[in-house]
Design a protein around this ligand. Structure first.
Ligand code: FPP
Ligand code: MG
Length: 331
């Protein structure tokens, strides 16, 4: 029986057994007879964090069953899709650390800093290739198609983000276009696939996708806030990378929107100095940081409304809790 986690448990505690099976599928798929390849894959295993994407596959699969679900409702297809989405996610992290020139990820050294960019690019390719091999073992072309579209979308998001590197006039719409593609699309697909494997129809799958998208957008806004104001020790990864790489994020965009045109040049100069201390002070004073936080909260509120059609159940309550957790986290 799935039970809502107790006070001292984390959101994933009730799914522990399912998530362990996901880890096993992950390791089996990446096991190689070549030691250097194994060593790299084991290093990536240490990047595993909250397992948000597999959790979304499982909870969405259970939530659409309503209050009358049973343990049998989680199928091998859910577990394989959960492992595939985690592998896609890991591939994007390995590549992202190359693009951001990041040295720390999940409290460990990044592959690019340990072994160089060439190795990190190839390892990311290896992970994405394995993700689709594993997915094909299901012999369900529609699932490959959903995830293939997502990886196309992810790359588009990153390409648009790179196109706007050092564009300090980046507007809110373009920012949302980027984060919808690079982060929210995969989380949306996890919810869509989890629910449709459980028998949800296309309309219900679309609604679950919308829920995951909203949660994913809020997740990335919080990620961008932490990149500005978090500390590497707590966040567990390199911070201030957005500033260092000329990526405008929501708090900076909101602050820029509020300025008179003649003050924008001096704020742009301040951004170019990469002095996060002074920037943070200004963002706090203008209320831009607070406004970005409120925007993420609104997204979470409206995402939860997408679940209203579902019967109340422990899984639906845990999806609510997951949505709250993405904006309450400090890492
Ligand atoms: C994190 O952004 C980045 C992503 C969520 C997507 C990265 C995608 C790619 C690099 C494309 C590669 C695609 C494939 C299919 C392998 P961030 O830098 O804001 O997050 P961070 O704080 O975790 O570094
Ligand atoms: Mg990054």
């Amino acid at each position: 029986m799935l039970e809502i986690p107790g006070e001292h448990e984390t959101l994933t505690t009730p799914l522990q057994e399912q998530l362990q099976q996901v880890q096993m599928l992950f390791q089996q798929q990446l096991a190689s007879d070549l030691d250097p390849v194994n060593a790299l894959c084991q290093h990536v295993e240490q990047y595993r964090g909250k397992m948000l994407r597999p959790t979304m596959v499982f909870l969405s699969g259970l939530a659409v069953k309503g209050a009358r679900w049973s343990d049998q409702d989680l199928l091998e297809q859910h577990r394989v899709v959960a492992a595939v989405t985690e592998m896609i996610h890991m591939a994007t992290l390995v590549h992202d650390d190359v693009l951001d020139d990041a040295s720390v990820r999940r409290r460990g050294t990044t592959v690019n800093h340990l072994h160089g960019n060439e190795m990190a690019v190839m390892l990311g390719d290896y992970l994405i290739s394995n993700a689709f091999s594993l997915c094909s073992s299901l012999d369900e072309p529609w699932i490959n198609s959903v995830l293939g579209n997502v990886t196309n979308t992810l790359c588009e998001g990153e390409l648009v983000q790179l196109h706007h590197r050092d564009d300090l006039q980046l507007d809110r719409d373009t920012y949302f276009q980027i984060i919808r593609r690079k982060t929210a699309a995969l989380i949306g697909a996890c919810c869509r696939l989890g629910s449709m494997i459980s028998g949800a129809d296309a309309v219900a799958g679309e609604r679950m996708d919308r829920f995951g998208m909203g949660l994913g957008l809020a997740f990335q806004i919080q990620d961008d806030i932490l990149d500005l104001e978090g500390s590497q020790e707590v966040v567990g990864k390199s911070i201030n990378r957005d500033l260092a790489n000329g990526m405008m994020t929501l708090p900076l965009i909101i602050h820029m929107e509020q300025l008179e045109p003649e003050d924008r040049t001096s704020f742009s100069e301040l951004i170019r100095t990469r002095d996060s201390g002074v920037l943070l002070e200004q963002l706090a004073q203008s209320g831009a940081m607070e406004a970005a936080r409120n925007h993420a909260m609104d997204l979470v509120r409206s995402a939860k409304q997408d679940l209203e059609e579902l019967e109340d159940s422990p899984a639906r309550q845990m999806l609510h809790a997951a949505a709250d957790a993405v904006i309450e986290r400090s890492f």
